[in-house]
Every structure is written in structure tokens, then in C-alpha cells.
Design a protein around this ligand. Structure first.
Ligand SMILES: [Zn+2]
Length: 411
């Protein structure tokens, strides 16, 4: 028995009054974030130090009496949590900056930027008295909000930490962060190696194949057309807003489909296999290669690893991450002979030492599966991009997400 933290996300069914209240809360959170960012930058320029979320919240409370009286209309949590997010954004930035200095990171540092309404209304987080009923969630200041799906959010037996309300393409969602007792089931499934690919989503060492549905690619034409429709319209016009909304909806559909495919696949792996060996792909580095970027983004490799990792912890499965330098596709899974001439175009592996002829990806997956015993590194927490839209659940991320080789969570 152990406790796990996870989030349940589901869609809200708001009436007009509630919609207005949610917009105000999201607006207050956005305002506080942008105000805090400007304050921090200003203070840093003048003194070399920057105020913390607690300092800023105190300052903001004083401001409410003079400059921003409208903020009394929203829960104090909305600006407070936004300022905490800002602190986290800076911590994230500094951590990445340090990694870059040590030469361990080659990517953007992610310096916090202003939040713009143009990029969606955003979100706000509430803490305190949160009560869940089968079809309703009760939140501070907002009251009882109807849910589109009955019975998904846990109504009892859990400790509720917070509720985050988010707008996405005109739809509103609530994500409930809870902690509950969890019994990890006995898992006696086989060991499997998973070779992630572009043409196929994944190839397993037992020969099974998960096809890549390529949602984005098939819908790309439509999305491109919608993009053009937006740019053709006059800036600031109603028609442009409408076109932008249609584009947002198309993207949301793709994101939901992608999330669904991945969730099904990662759940199946975690539930039915005792050990899953995956390759430590440098996803961020590969995304820089533009010809590969679209295909990889479509598969959602970062999301794959993140989901597999937290689900593995739930279902008693162990995830082993093979080193990035392990030549899994070039090595014969039968005898260990290495084919240095193998290229991406070679779909079949021919071993010149033992005569093995095998699908290239299956060969790679078998090599990965064979690493299960040799590597003691299990991985139960990791980062990656958050491609989860719609109804997703996730455990809290580890702060050590830039060091993907060896870490485990206390599950
Ligand atoms: Zn061989």
C-alpha cells in the first residue's frame, strides 16, 4: 500500500454566469502573472534581487485597495497561485540555465514570458474547500459547476489538493489534483523491448506492432487551410476571431486523438508487461531536425515516455531506459555482431555472422528487451512534453526531469 498523487481532468458544463466568473478568474491569474513578472524584472534590475511569490502576494493585496479593486471579485487563490507558477517558471529557467552552463542541455532556456489573451484565456488554480459530487464540482467563489461526465472525478477516499480550471478552444476543463491510497497489483507479465519509430508508433520485441495513426498528418491539409483562412482575415475583426476558433478546434481534435492513442497504448503496456525497456531518445534534440520534427511531434514520444512511466508505477511494471548510445538497431539480437553500415533506409536486418534475417525494428526491440536484466535502472518519473488534452491523468512530475537515466520515485 502506498499513496499516489494523480490528476483527473474532465470538461465543465458552465452557464453564462459561471462562464463570466471563470473568465474573470483566468483574467486575474493572467494579470497577476504578468504584473509579477514585470515587478521581478524591475526589482532585479534595480537591486539584483527579486521578490518571492509571498512578497508579491502581499504587495498585490495592498494594490487591490487602490489600483485593482476588481480583484476582490475573484478568489484570492487565482492571483496567489499564478504568482507561485511564476516562481516555478523562474526556478525552471534557472535550473535549465545551470544545466546549459554544465553543457548538459542544448535547448531553449525558457525565460518566463508574459501571458497573452490571444493565446487562449489560460487557467487558474484554486485550493481550499473543494467538494466533488457525482455530476458536480464545488469550488471556492465559483460555487457548484456541472460536469459533462458523471462519476469520473473521485467523490471520496481521496485527499484533494487543488483544482485547476483551464480554457482550451472555447471549452473549459477542471483538473483535480488528489492523493489516494493505491495497491500496486501483482504483475507477472513478460519482459518486452519497445522500439519507437516514425513509420510505426512502436515495435515490440514479441513482434507486435502498434501502428502510428498519424492524426496530425492526415489533418494537416485542413489545418493549413484554416491557418490561411485566419491570416487572410482583417486583424481584430470578428471573422478573424471565428477563423481562429475553427483552427483551435481542429488542433484540439488532433491533440485529443493523439492523447487517446497514446493513453491506450501506454496503459496496455503497463498493465500487461512486467518490464518495459525503452530507448532514451533525445527527443528535444531530434525535434530540431525539421524534416523529422513533424513526424516525431505527431507520435508524441515525450508524452509516450511520461505516460508509460507513471502508469508503470500504478500497475507494478518496471521501465528500464537504455542508454542513448546503445546501438540497438545495429546489433544482431542473435549473436551480437554489429552492422556499422546499417542506414535508416534498411528495413531488414541481415546478420553476416549468424545469418539472422529479421525486421529491423523487431531486432532493435529484442536488443532492448535483453538489456532488462543488465541494467538495474528503473525509471518511475520523468519529464517530457505535456501533450495530454481532454481526459488525462498524470502523477506529479519529478523535478529531476533533465537527468533521465537513473531515478525512481518512492512508490
Ligand atoms: Zn547474428
Amino acid at each position: 500500500m502506498s499513496t499516489i498523487q494523480r490528476a483527473y481532468k474532465t470538461e465543465l458544463d458552465l452557464n453564462d454566469q459561471q462562464l463570466t466568473a471563470c473568465r474573470k478568474h483566468a483574467g486575474a491569474a493572467r494579470w497577476a502573472y504578468n504584473w509579477g513578472l514585470a515587478r521581478k524584472q524591475d526589482a532585479y534590475r534595480k537591486t539584483g534581487n527579486s521578490p518571492s511569490a509571498i512578497d508579491l502576494h502581499r504587495e498585490l493585496n495592498a494594490l487591490k485597495q487602490t489600483e485593482v479593486p476588481w480583484m476582490y471579485k475573484v478568489s484570492k487563490c487565482a492571483p496567489q497561485e499564478a504568482l507561485r507558477n511564476l516562481d516555478r517558471a523562474f526556478a525552471h529557467f534557472f535550473r535549465r540555465a545551470q544545466l546549459k552552463q554544465q553543457g548538459k542541455l542544448h535547448g531553449k532556456l525558457g525565460y518566463p514570458t508574459r501571458k497573452s489573451k490571444k493565446r487562449g484565456l489560460g487557467s487558474f488554480r484554486l485550493t481550499g474547500a473543494i467538494v466533488v459530487f457525482p455530476g458536480v464540482i464545488q469550488l471556492p467563489r465559483l460555487g457548484r459547476l456541472r460536469l459533462k461526465e458523471r462519476g469520473y472525478l473521485p467523490t471520496g477516499g481521496v485527499k484533494v489538493f487543488s483544482a485547476t480550471v483551464t480554457e482550451q478552444a472555447g471549452h473549459w476543463y477542471v483538473s483535480l489534483l488528489v492523493e489516494h491510497e493505491h495497491v500496486v497489483p501483482e504483475n507477472s507479465g513478460p519482459v518486452v523491448g519497445v522500439d519507437l519509430g516514425l513509420k510505426r508508433l512502436a515495435t515490440l520485441s514479441d513482434g507486435a506492432i502498434a501502428e502510428n495513426p498519424r492524426h496530425l498528418k492526415t489533418r494537416l491539409r485542413k489545418i493549413k487551410r484554416l491557418h490561411r483562412a485566419v491570416t487572410r482575415k482583417v486583424k481584430g475583426s470578428q471573422n478573424r476571431k471565428k477563423a481562429a476558433r475553427r483552427l483551435g478546434t481542429a488542433y484540439r481534435t488532433v491533440a485529443n486523438q493523439r492523447a487517446n492513442t497514446l493513453h491506450q497504448f501506454t496503459s496496455r503496456l503497463a498493465k500487461t508487461k512486467s518490464v518495459v525497456v525503452i530507448e532514451d531518445l533525445n527527443v528535444a534534440g531530434m525535434l530540431k531536425n525539421h524534416s523529422l520534427a513533424l513526424a516525431i511531434g505527431d507520435v508524441g514520444w515525450g508524452a509516450f515516455r511520461r505516460q508509460l512511466t507513471y502508469k508503470a508505477a500504478w500497475y507494478g511494471c518496471r521501465v528500464v531506459v537504455a542508454s542513448r548510445w546503445e546501438p540497438s538497431s545495429k546489433t544482431c539480437s542473435g549473436c551480437g555482431w554489429v552492422d556499422d553500415t546499417l542506414t535508416l533506409a534498411d528495413r531488414v536486418f541481415h546478420c553476416e555472422a549468424c545469418g539472422l534475417v529479421l525486421d529491423r525494428d523487431v531486432n532493435a526491440a529484442i536488443n532492448l528487451a535483453q538489456l532488462a536484466g543488465s541494467s538495474p535502472d528503473s525509471l518511475n518519473a520523468c519529464g517530457g512534453d505535456g501533450a495530454g488534452l481532454g481526459r488525462t491523468a498524470q502523477v506529479k512530475r519529478s523535478s529531476a526531469k533533465q537527468e533521465p537515466d537513473t531515478f525512481s520515485t518512492p512508490v
